[in-house]
Design a protein around this ligand. Structure first.
Ligand SMILES: *Cc1c(COP(=O)(O)O)cnc(C)c1O
Length: 360
C-alpha cells in the first residue's frame, strides 16, 4: 500500500488510522453478518445497533444529558445555517450573531431570510484575525449564534460568549467539536459537519435541547423539523449509514485517547509546538492575534507570496500536504485536528526550520 503522508487539509481531513482500519474490516462484513456496513438496511437490527451505539458513545464522551437530542443529519453545517432560523427565529424576533469569519457570515446571511438579525460583534475590520471582546446583544434575542472555531482564519473562542440570560446559545462547532471539554449546560444547540473532527463528510452532528425542538413550527417541511428527526431516531429518511458507523468509531477512539480532556491536552501540545516556533521565527508569522489563536487551524505567512508558494511546494514534495492557506487569508494553514499526529507537527517544524535557514 502507498505510504500515508501528513495531511494538513482543513476538511475533509485526516482520520485516525485505527478508525480507518476498523472501517475497512467491516466493509465486506459488518461483524459476523456477512453484509458490509454500507449494504445493511438502516431499519435492520445490525445497523440500528450501530446507530444506537454511536449515539451512546457520543453521549458518554461529552456527558450529554437526557435534556438533549443527539441527531445525525445531512446537508452539512451549511444546512444548519438555515434550519436553525427556520426552527427558532420567529418573524418578529431578533437573532443575535457573532461574526468572526466567513462561516458565521454565511450563517447570518441565511438567518436574514427568516427574521430580524443583530450583529453582536464583528472582527471583519481586520480580516477576522481576532475574537472581539465587546459584544452588543439585543434585548431579548431568540438565540445567540457563534462559530467556536474559525477554520479559515485560524481563530477560536477560548470560552463561550456570555449572551443575555435565557437566550439559547447556538454554536457552529464544525471545526473544533470534541477537541476539548464541553459544558453543554451553556448551550441550546451545537452542530458540526463531521468532516473535520468527527469522520466522513455527508453527516452532520446536531446536539439540541429538547425544549427548544418543541418550539419549532410544525408547518415546516418534515425534513426541516428537528422534532421529526428526533421522533424517528434520525431515521425519518435513510440516514448516512456509513458516516454514522465511522463517527461512532471516532467517538470510541477519542474515549480511548483520554476523552475530551485527554484529547484537549494533546491538541494544546501540538498547537504550542507550532506557535512557539512561529513566534521565534524571522521568516514565518502567525496571522491571528495571540489571544485568539486556534488550536485546530494554525495560519501563517511569510509576507511574500512567492516565498509562500515556494514553501508550500517544497513542503508538499516532502510529504506535508494541504498547507496552502484559504484564499481569503493567503499564506499557509496547518489544520491539526484531533486525529492529526503530534509527530507530524514536530516534523513540520523541523522542515520549516530547515527551509528558514536556507532563505537569504
Ligand atoms: C467547514 C465548515 C462549515 C461548512 O460545512 P459543510 O459541512 O461543508 O456545510 C461550516 N462552518 C465551519 C466552522 C466550518 O469549518
Amino acid at each position: 500500500m502507498t505510504q500515508r503522508i501528513y495531511n494538513f487539509s482543513a476538511g475533509p481531513a485526516v482520520m485516525p488510522v485505527e478508525v480507518l482500519e476498523e472501517a475497512k474490516a467491516n466493509m465486506l462484513s459488518l461483524g459476523e453478518t456477512g453484509i458490509g456496513v454500507m449494504e445493511h438496511s438502516h431499519r435492520g437490527k445490525p445497523f440500528v445497533a450501530v446507530a444506537e451505539e454511536a449515539e451512546a458513545n457520543c453521549r458518554k464522551l461529552a456527558g450529554i444529558s437526557d435534556d438533549f437530542h443527539v441527531l445525525f443529519l445531512q446537508g452539512g453545517a451549511s444546512t444548519q445555517f438555515f434550519q436553525v432560523p427556520m426552527n427558532f427565529l420567529g418573524k418578529d424576533q431578533t437573532a443575535d450573531y457573532l461574526v468572526t469569519g466567513s462561516w458565521s457570515k454565511k450563517a447570518l446571511k441565511e438567518a436574514r431570510l427568516f427574521g430580524k438579525t443583530n450583529v453582536v460583534c464583528s472582527s471583519e475590520d481586520r480580516n477576522f484575525c481576532y475574537i472581539p471582546k465587546e459584544a452588543k446583544y439585543s434585548d431579548n434575542p431568540a438565540y445567540v449564534h457563534f462559530t467556536s472555531n474559525n477554520t479559515i482564519f485560524g481563530t477560536q473562542f477560548a470560552t463561550e460568549p456570555e449572551g443575555p440570560a435565557g437566550a439559547p446559545l447556538i454554536c457552529d462547532a464544525s471545526s473544533d467539536i470534541f477537541s476539548r471539554p464541553l459544558d453543554l449546560n451553556k448551550y441550546g444547540m451545537i452542530y458540526a459537519g463531521a468532516q473535520k473532527n468527527l469522520g466522513p463528510s455527508g453527516l452532520t452532528l446536531v446536539i439540541v435541547r429538547k425544549d427548544l425542538v418543541e418550539k419549532g413550527p410544525e408547518s415546516l417541511p418534515s425534513m426541516m423539523q428537528y422534532r421529526i428527526h428526533a421522533a424517528n431516531d434520525s431515521m425519518y429518511n435513510t440516514p448516512p449509514t456509513f458516516g454514522i458507523f465511522a463517527m461512532g468509531l471516532v467517538f470510541k477512539w477519542i474515549e480511548k485517547n483520554g476523552g475530551l480532556s485527554g484529547i484537549a491536552e494533546k491538541n494544546a501540545e501540538k498547537a504550542q509546538i507550532l506557535y512557539d516556533y512561529l513566534d521565534g521565527s524571522s521568516l514565518f508569522k502567525p496571522t491571528a492575534d495571540k489571544d485568539s489563536r486556534s488550536k485546530m487551524n494554525v495560519c501563517f505567512v511569510t509576507g511574500n507570496e512567492e516565498t509562500d508558494a515556494k514553501f508550500i511546494a517544497a513542503a508538499k514534495a516532502e510529504g506535508f500536504d494541504g498547507l496552502k492557506g484559504h484564499r481569503s487569508v493567503g499564506g499557509m494553514r496547518a489544520s491539526i485536528y484531533n486525529a492529526f499526529p503530534k509527530q507530524g507537527v514536530v516534523d513540520l517544524v523541523a522542515f520549516m526550520k530547515d527551509f528558514e535557514s536556507k532563505q537569504g
